[in-house]
Design a binder for this molecule. Structure first.
Ligand code: F0G
Length: 346
């Protein structure tokens, strides 16, 4: 349990309830085949899809909901492109409190919608995008007795920082660089917080570079201005005005890293490669970090001997519709051996 393993690094008191669904301790998968396809020596995949609700959000949500319970809250609220809402709804259900989740109409992957419904959230679908939803929940939580559990809640970031601790503990030191998708920019902020904390505590002797990647149609940080109508196939990161924008710039600049953008085409290529070359199925947004690393390598901007870790933020089954759309459904073959052998070409 995260609370036991990283208690010294979490904002827990003796009154914080021991909430858990078994989050954290996710696999760090060596990816030699993908590394060689990309052209880097060493690549590990931090597979956050293995969390209880299928995304990295659980690390922060368990802390945010436990702290909300400790403060006597009976209701939590969030805006979401899908994963935050799934996670908030699950932890609220486990805690026995209400969750209200606000999502943009028509842009939530099917698995995430199913989760919010199943976990019993009050699901408010708005005719507007994530940025509008975040504005609404901020206002509501300012005026009404409901706790905001988006990543602007500092407990979320503290919880998500545990992924950085796990990577260092598993590798026996920090990676040289961390590649990850950037949407609302909470996760890049949390990882940088985590690496700095571990450094200050003397657990690691140097800091990794933070390499963040936005989708080209939703790249406000790269462009330097908000994007009014963000668009990308990677719906999880379809965000035009990230809440943690300035912290993401700090992470980039203090680490000597970068935040750049990748096209939907590049994202989909890495999304397929992750599944086919390594057996790791992620949702499209999660492939943005790998797509970014591939782009850097192809431009001669990757360090050939560096140890890279790419964060795979969400499970592939979150967005099954897109996966099926990408491939023509095979026509049925007669259940007779001759027909089968013909199909196999044997
Ligand atoms: N990858 C996935 C699968 C996500 O769901 C998100 C964010 C990100 C990457 C980007 O992380 O926002 O911390 O920069 N999803 C949020 C949500 C916005 O509502 O589920 P970030």
């Amino acid at each position: 349990m995260l609370f036991d393993r990283y208690r010294a690094f979490l904002p827990l008191s003796e009154h914080t309830p021991a909430l858990t669904l078994g989050e954290g301790d996710t696999p760090l998968v060596a990816a030699p085949r993908l590394a060689s396809a990309i052209g880097v020596r060493e690549l590990f995949l931090k597979y956050e899809g293995a969390n209880p609700t299928g995304s990295f959000k659980d690390r922060g949500m368990v802390v945010a909901v436990a702290k909300a319970m400790e403060a006597g809250a009976t209701s939590v609220i969030c805006a979401s492109t899908g994963n935050t809402s799934a996670s908030a709804a699950a932890y609220a259900a486990h805690a026995g409190i209400e969750s209200i989740v606000v999502v943009p109409a028509g842009k939530i992957a099917l698995g995430k919608l199913a989760q919010a419904l199943m976990y019993g959230a009050r699901l408010l679908v708005i005719d507007g995008n994530f940025d509008a939803a975040l504005h609404i929940v901020r206002e509501l939580s300012d005026e009404f007795p409901v706790t905001l559990v988006n990543s602007v809640n500092p407990h979320r970031l503290e919880g998500q920082a545990t992924a950085a601790y796990e990577i260092c503990d598993t590798l026996g030191g920090p990676p040289d660089a961390l590649c990850l998708p950037v949407g609302n920019a909470g996760n890049i902020t949390a990882y940088w917080l985590g690496f700095r904390r571990y450094h200050e505590a003397g657990r690691i002797d140097r800091l990794p570079k933070m390499l963040g990647f936005q989708a080209a149609g939703a790249a406000p940080i790269v462009l330097g201005h908000p994007v009014e109508h963000p668009e990308t196939i990677a719906t999880a990161i379809r965000i035009g005005n990230p809440a943690s924008w300035c912290y993401a710039l700090d992470a980039r600049d203090q680490s000597g890293g970068l935040i750049e953008m990748v096209t939907d085409e590049q994202i989909l290529q890495s999304w397929r490669d992750l599944a086919r070359l390594e057996g790791v199925f992620v949702e499209p947004a999660s492939a943005a970090g790998v797509a970014g690393l591939r782009m850097l390598a192809s431009q001669g901007r990757a360090e050939p001997d560096a140890r890279y870790v790419a964060v795979l933020t969400g499970h592939g089954l979150k967005d099954p519709g897109l996966a099926v759309e990408q491939f023509a459904a095979p026509a049925p073959v007669k259940a007779e051996m001759s027909a089968i052998l013909g199909w196999l070409g044997w």
